[in-house]
Design a protein around this ligand. Structure first.
Ligand SMILES: [Zn+2]
Length: 71
């Protein structure tokens, strides 16, 4: 009976070590969360830099706001 408990304990330690090793790989996939946010120069709305409209070094939330600020 003691041997069975020892085997179960070893299996539990091995399993938890495997889980600890696997966790850093999961964190690497969330690189999109760190995208830079920029404020619209016209209305102040915060949008991701990739989706913002850039005009004369300023950012806007959409094309309409960019055209209203720059004739
Ligand atoms: Zn705007």
């Amino acid at each position: 009976m003691r041997l069975l408990l020892l085997v179960a304990a070893i299996a539990l330690v091995w399993w938890s070590l495997r889980l600890l090793r696997a966790s850093p790989n999961r964190k690497r996939s969330h690189h999109t969360e760190t995208e830079n946010m920029v404020a619209c120069h016209h209305c102040g709305l915060h949008v991701p830099e990739g989706e913002a409209v850039a005009r004369n070094g300023r950012y806007y939330c959409n094309k309409t706001h960019a055209e209203e600020e720059t004739p």
